[in-house]
Design a protein around this ligand. Structure first.
Ligand code: HEM
Length: 351
């Protein structure tokens, strides 16, 4: 009898855990818990944007680099000095030039004053990115929240795609995370804003091979020859601060900078998607909104997992870490469902 009760309790426990793990993020998660949260994020992003429009690029990249490593759990925000072995994701090569941490700090500090230990750093990244995209002329979408912050940040887990991969190689990394070719081409549209350092396009400008517009080649060769340490150049040659479909037009004119960007326009698998976005701005805006929401669903910690950090750069002291990291499980970020009230309510476009 006693054995049966224990078995029953165990089944109830597993069922309870499953419900918690599979509970979905939701738009307006903080509406009751912390009414001011979303407006604080909006105000701080607006404030940053008004002095430096490049904050959109910074946040978009931070969001991607966070979500693709251990899921959207703010593991990218942990400072090395705040880990046991003095190393965090920030130390990994691809993260060295990620920026925008101060904006997240400012938001977190205000949100903590308003509602202590309530709003996760992972949600702050997602909300801030969403607001910054809208400010830069991109789609206005509602981003679901309810993520919790992770308890691990390890540079050896940072396996992000490099700029010189082929479309096929990059796609393998995206597919492993549950994204399709269409998702990948759409998300790479984030290169409609921001910069790259010359060192990352050396392979494209050291020798003219016809894959780049010749005027752009000459200009970049000169700019990048400057002896100051590793100059930076805009990824989108036309509207460098605006989230629009210009990136796709540019790569069709051989004006892509990163090898992966340029290949999207010529690779047989992706050229059609690029062409469609280049002539259909609305299709890009809708797909981009859906893809950013889907990115934000990657491997999230919810319910009783992870924690709500008090300081985004450090894990909470062990005594406060009651919640555990779930075991690594396979995951598929869900395509966002159509939601009422959002400007774009179409489902994600399948390839
Ligand atoms: C195959 C996938 C991708 C590759 C290989 C890639 C590679 C790169 C590289 C090499 C840079 C320049 C970094 C530097 O010089 O400091 C860059 C910048 C950037 N990436 Fe990506 N990226 C990819 C996907 C994405 C995605 C999915 C997003 C967002 C959704 C994104 C957003 C950005 C932004 C906004 C910048 C400019 C950052 C800034 O101005 O600080 N990238 N990317």
């Amino acid at each position: 009898m006693e054995k049966k009760i224990i078995q029953l309790l165990f089944i109830c426990y597993i069922f309870h855990e499953l419900i918690i793990v599979s509970s979905a993020l939701q738009v307006g998660f903080y509406a009751k818990k912390c009414r001011a949260a979303e407006s604080i994020v909006q105000q701080e992003v607006q404030r940053s944007f008004s002095t430096d429009r490049s904050i959109t690029a910074a946040l978009l990249r931070m969001y991607f680099h966070d979500c693709f490593v251990r899921g959207c759990d703010a593991s990218i925000l942990i400072d090395s000095k705040n880990t046991r072995n003095k190393q965090s994701e920030k130390d990994a090569g691809p993260n060295q030039s990620v920026r925008g941490y101060e904006v997240i700090d400012r938001i977190k500090s205000r949100v903590e004053s308003a509602c202590p230990s309530t709003v996760s750093c992972a949600d702050i990244i997602a909300l801030a990115t969403c607001d910054s995209v809208a400010l830069a002329g991109g789609p206005k979408y509602n981003i679901p929240t309810g993520r919790r912050d992770g308890l691990i940040s390890n540079p050896s887990e940072v396996n992000l795609p490099g700029p010189s991969l082929t479309v096929e190689e990059a796609l393998k990394i995206f597919t492993n995370k549950g994204f399709s070719l269409n998702d990948m081409v759409t998300l790479l549209g984030a290169h409609t804003v921001g910069i790259t350092h010359c060192s990352l396009i050396q392979d494209r400008i050291s020798r003219f091979d016809g894959s780049m517009d010749s005027n752009l080649f000459t200009r970049l060769s000169k700019t990048c020859a400057a002896r100051n340490n590793d100059p930076s150049v805009f990824l989108d040659q036309s509207t460098s601060f605006i989230v629009d479909n210009e990136f796709y037009k540019q790569i069709r004119l051989k004006k892509g900078l990163l090898k992966i960007d340029q290949q999207l326009a010529s690779d047989r698998s992706s050229a059609g998607i690029v062409k469609n976005f280049s002539i259909n701005p609305k299709a890009f805006q809708q797909a981009f909104a859906s893809a950013l929401i889907k990115l934000g669903n990657t491997q999230v910690l919810e319910g009783k997992f992870g924690e709500i950090r008090k300081n985004c750069r450090a894990f909470n002291p062990p005594a406060q870490q009651k919640k555990r990291q779930p075991r690594k499980k396979s995951f598929r970020p869900k395509n966002p469902p159509p939601r009422k009230g959002s400007k774009f309510s179409i489902p994600f476009i399948a390839p």
